[in-house]
Design a protein around this ligand. Structure first.
Ligand code: PEP
Ligand code: MG
Length: 858
């Protein structure tokens, strides 16, 4: 039978799956010649057997044999002192293959009995230390193995300190600690769970407790949320104790090989003198920065510097390590890759590649592409920020401090006073665009990550938090409420669109990442990118911004956004209300002029690069004021409102998103189609006359049938006759279009997958309302992630692959792009990188798309 228990020296080359993270790190450190106390590792396999069968036959025997070897290595006997030699005590720790909070962690000083305490006191000539060690064991064992609450032991300790009139644990004498130990022992006895005065019984019960902790509810929940398989099991590390509580030349600490917040190279961490590990965690005494060791223990500090360097050389990553100094001698107890901020991740990856520790390719792979937008902007410094007032969905990254406003007028009022507005709305509609544009931050009570507020905010690059359900907004009254806290116009708030948190007042921020580091990273990444990256941009400003981020054109220009601007809306409304061809003609002419100017500006900003213009998508009634408002105004005798009301009622749809919109509208109101396309073609023509190189493309949305495409193409061809042809494409955003891709493909030059609608329709869930329940679906483990955010490869992805493959088969020259919000999400981009020609993302996600695409190519 295979061994299930290994000494560190025997476990070289075994996997992390078998040894767990902690065991694996110890084995590696020991192998690299770093000072690690002798230890044995019980494998995850042993845990799995135990959990399956309720026992581990023969394991005790194996543990006893390896403990004998541990005794040999340390020259001490487990639990028994001999003459001048103290008893061997061990720590027992759990260590799953993936770091997993919620499981049993550590019992220290295991193997000590009343007899052992005497021996330990004798051998160290330090009775205080011996009793301190014992009372710690009793409390930890009592909690973890015997199931008593930690507070009970803390309570008895506090009571004793109060009785003695002292504050610090260190002020208690040997006699005090002896008395405390007996309190603990009697208490455990009285509750029917006596402490075993047998080292071996302690050890085996502790091992079993670690195995069982795999199944505790916290651990289970954690696994469910993070998708960690149930059957991994945990390893157990049994390690010879070293003592940080032996006096002022002893201590315990935690080190990082680089600063986990900034990534700056250099030893960073904390140290607590005369203490054992759990004192640091418990926060009873405040540890001091490692730097201070330079003053009073320079030898130890120098050794730590060396260790840090060796750890990095070995693990080729920033390490977070625990250590103990026992009478000046350094021991390493644990190491793992350190958690870090996104900003630190970039710096560490780039600098490690420059130092030659990792390859440039490795550096590219180490940066999480989805974290990039957050790096381009300041963020709230969570270490210094107070408790947030409110939490919503992180819709557009960056932190913003501003004064609350509740309307376009409010935003204009504050902006005129030179104050930064922060717009608060129940949700936003195209009518709020002025306020959104003027504001430094946007906060809504409703809506998901693809709601109007979220999409527009990302486009504008304005930080936004949406769907903050605890927020109640009363725009007419100019106020909002959160749990009884009232926010009025002018009140100062800070929001972080990267985390979804909202704070009262101004809070400290951290700076954006250094551009030079990002530039280096991208210079290394770009050669591996095959997928093109374009932008979703509707304005010249967006286009410029996107180009600066490296966009290779525009993949989606939503033309209707231009209709919502103030001076244009009346003309759109006239178009909708037109009763005669002349009236329609007049409105269209006006709109034509606006659109041509817009297109010229955008094509100019993207000169030499493709610009895909999507023709009108939303239902017409979106351009009218809400019915309720019209009714109110009509009641007061407003003639315009009365006219609009009639039309609005006629246009009213129960389900507008599935109604008279997109290609349906374009085909049945062809004058709009012609006006838009002609504006685009003429804009390009005029730029060409200026000597520029405009590259327009046109596409129609919401197609479900080849006939629609055929008819749209015929309309387009009429204009191509006059102006010359440009690439003509269709969006694939209904499941039926995806299924009929083979029939549609010969009619077009390109497909652009609209994965927002494709997801909405494939799942049958409204992207505007799903924010109300999707987060809970994810929390409950029903969905692994939110499919409006990350492409569902299984279902939506299947439609996409099918359409891509059948489309290409039917038309080998077909170009394929993606322009839903998924186009700027790293996991989604990686999923389609090998399939499509390009993806298209909002300007601030261009870098994410570029990096993710490069990572897919590595
Ligand atoms: C889509 O549906 O994915 C898309 C890009 O169009 P819109 O978001 O404008 O509906
Ligand atoms: Mg769409």
């Amino acid at each position: 039978m295979e061994s299930r228990v290994y000494l560190l020296s025997e476990a070289q080359g075994l996997t992390k799956d078998l040894l767990g993270g902690k065991g694996y790190g110890l084995v590696a450190m020991a192998g690299a010649g770093l000072p690690v106390p002798p230890a044995l590792v019980i494998t995850t396999e042993a845990c799995r057997t135990y959990l399956r069968t309720g026992q581990a036959v023969g394991l005790e025997e194996e543990v006893r044999r390896k403990m004998a070897a541990l005794e040999g290595l340390t020259g001490k006997r487990f639990g028994q002192g001999e003459g001048k030699s103290p008893p061997l005590l061990v720590s027992v720790r759990s260590g799953a293959p993936v770091s997993m909070p919620g499981m049993m962690d550590t019992i220290l000083n295991l193997g000590l009995t009343l007899e052992g305490v005497e021996a330990l006191a004798r051998a160290t000539e330090n009775p205080r230390f011996a009793w301190d060690t014992f009372r710690r064991l009793l409390a930890m064992y009592g909690e973890v193995v015997l199931g008593e609450k930690a507070e009970v032991f803390e309570g008895m300790l506090s009571a004793l300190k109060a009785e003695r009139g002292v504050e610090a644990d260190t002020a208690l004498s040997a006699e005090d600690l002896e008395e405390l130990s007996f309190h603990y022992l009697r208490h455990l006895e009285a509750r029917g769970t006596p402490f075993p005065m047998d080292p071996w019984a302690q050890l085996f019960a502790a091992i079993e407790a670690v195995f069982k902790s795999w199944l505790n509810p916290r651990a289970k929940t954690y696994r469910r949320i993070y998708g960690i398989p149930e059957d991994l099991g945990t390893a157990v590390v049994v390690q010879a104790m070293v003592y940080g509580n032996l006096g002022e030349d002893s201590g315990t600490g935690v080190g990082f090989t680089r600063n986990p917040a900034t990534g700056e190279k250099g030893l960073y961490g904390e140290y607590l003198r005369n203490a054992q590990g759990e004192d640091v965690v418990a926060g009873i005494r405040t540890p001091e920065p490692l730097e201070r060791l330079k003053d009073y223990a320079p030898g130890l500090y120098a050794e730590l510097l060396q260790v840090a360097e060796r750890l990095e050389r070995h693990f080729r990553d920033m390490q977070d390590f625990e250590f103990t100094a026992e009478r000046g001698r350094l021991f390493l107890l644990q190491t793992r890759s350190g958690k870090r901020t996104a900003k630190a991740a970039v710096r560490i990856a780039v600098e490690m590649a420059e130092e030659g520790l990792i390859s440039k390719e490795e550096a590219v792979l180490r940066v999480e592409a989805n974290a990039l937008p957050g790096l381009l902007k300041p963020a709230v410094d969570r270490n210094q920020a107070p408790k947030p007032l409110l939490k919503g969905l992180p819709a557009s990254p960056g932190a913003a401090t501003g004064h609350a406003v509740f309307s376009n007028e409010g935003a204009e009022r504050l902006a005129a006073q030179g104050l930064p507005p922060l717009l608060i709305r129940p949700e936003t509609t195209p009518e709020d665009i002025t306020g959104m544009y003027l504001s430094k931050g946007i906060l809504t009570a409703r809506g998901g990550l693809t709601s109007h507020a979220a999409v527009v905010a990302r486009g504008l690059g304005v930080p936004a938090v949406v769907g903050a359900e605890a927020l109640r907004v009363f725009p007419e009254e100019g106020r909002a409420l959160v749990d009884g806290v009232e926010i009025r116009e002018g009140d100062l708030l800070t929001l972080d669109g990267g985390t979804g948190e909202v704070y009262l007042g101004a809070v400290p921020l951290v700076e954006a990442a250094e551009e030079a580091l990002l530039e280096k990273l991208f210079a290394w990444a770009e050669p591996y990118r095959r997928l093109g990256v374009r932008a979703n941009a509707d304005t010249p400003l967006d286009a410029q911004r996107a180009r600066a981020f490296g966009a290779q054109g525009i993949g989606l220009c939503r033309t209707e956004h231009m209709f919502f601007q103030e001076e244009r809306l009346p003309w759109v409304r006239r178009l909708i209300l037109a009763k005669t061809p002349e009236e329609e003609e007049e409105a269209l002419e006006k709109l034509f002029a606006f659109q041509k100017d817009d297109f010229k500006a955008i094509l100019r900003a993207m000169d030499g690069l493709p610009v895909t213009v999507r023709l009108m998508d939303p239902p017409l009634h979106e351009f009218l004021p809400p019915l309720a408002e019209l009714e109110a105004r009509a009641k007061e005798g407003d003639q315009e409102a009365l006219a609009l009301l009639e039309r609005a009622k006629a246009l009213h749809e129960v389900n507008p998103m599935l109604g008279f919109r997109g290609v349906r509208l374009l085909l049945l109101r062809p004058a709009i189609f012609r006006m838009q396309l002609k504006a685009l073609l003429e804009a390009a023509q005029e730029l060409k006359e200026e000597g520029l190189d405009p590259r327009p493309e046109v596409m129609v949305p919401l197609v479900a049938d080849p006939k629609e495409v055929e008819r749209a193409r015929a309309l387009a061809e009429e204009l191509f006759q006059a102006y010359g042809p440009i690439p003509f494409g269709t969006m694939i955003e209904t499941p039926r279009a995806a299924l009929l891709a083979g029939e549609i493909a010969p009619l077009v030059d390109f497909f652009s997958f609209g994965t927002n609608d494709l997801t909405q329709m494939a799942f049958g869930l409204s992207r505007d309302d799903a924010g109300k329940f999707l987060p809970r679906y994810v929390e409950e483990g029903l969905f692994p992630f939110d499919p409006t955010e990350r492409l569902d490869e299984k279902g939506v992805g299947r439609l996409l692959r099918l359409a891509a493959e059948e489309g290409r088969r039917a038309n080998p020259r077909l170009k394929l792009g993606l322009c839903g919000e998924h186009g700027g999400e790293a996991g989604s981009v990686q999923a389609v990188a090998g399939l499509l020609d390009y993806t298209s993302a909002s300007p601030f996600r261009i870098l994410t798309a570029r990096l993710a695409a490069a990572q897919a190519g590595l």
